[in-house]
Design a protein around this ligand. Sequence first.
Ligand code: ADP
Ligand code: MG
Length: 250
Amino acid sequence: MIEVRNLHKAYGALEVIKGVDFTAHKGDVISLIGSSGSGKSTILRCVNLLEDSQQGDILFQGEPVTWKGEGQRRHPADAKQVLRIRTNLSMVFQQFNLWSHLTILQNVMEAPVTVLGRDKAEAEKTARRYLDKVGIGDKCDAWPAQLSGGQQQRAAIARALAMEPQALLFDEPTSALDPELEQEVIKVIKDLAAEGRTMMIVTHDMKLAADVSDHVIFLHEGRIEEEGRPDTLFGSPKSERLRGFLSSTV
Ligand code: ADP
Ligand code: MG
């Protein structure tokens, strides 16, 4: 589904991703863990082409992103390809990013109508179905500010699902939530994993990573320091840095 080869990314002179490789097959759940600033969000943003990268390949369903220019001047060459990839890799952000001037239902209908050109009645039906699925079908007419953080994040997940993407990208989806609200979002993510959805999850929650992932990647300063199955990686970490990281997160 998603393949990244030798990815390099710099912000000006600051090199933040220094040659990263991974593959997410259909149905895989991959978690990215690591200290703040290690490059986790940047990788997700590069994968769905919200950021340019200077070197390396990104393939979506076997189709490589085509680039023009080199190094700091490298950009995707094909706007249609960018749109296709971005609409197929829906992202869920730490801060929910709901539109405050739209109701919950309108938030979920917006992109299917404006980006995918769906019929409004059809988009509304789909939106209601996904809002039901994440347990807030009764909040359709509420404004985002009237919802708890956990409900807002579930609305953001429904919004991502309404695009019927090939994969979901989560960037610290529970970090902005109080512990009691975290659980309702974690339950939704676990349900999605159990359905066999392809997902990449950046998380500080090692229990979530251990519970849902097929593969965990530990990043350190823009490189993969260690990776593997969650039971191996958490059960017998090889790298001193990973052991230090894990002992600091519990
Ligand atoms: P993480 O998500 O693991 O905390 P990030 O991917 O957000 O890490 O950041 C990796 C590095 O890139 C950090 O040093 C951060 O300060 C830097 N960085 C992130 N976004 C930008 C930006 N837009 N401009 C400049 N530097 C950035
Ligand atoms: Mg981040």
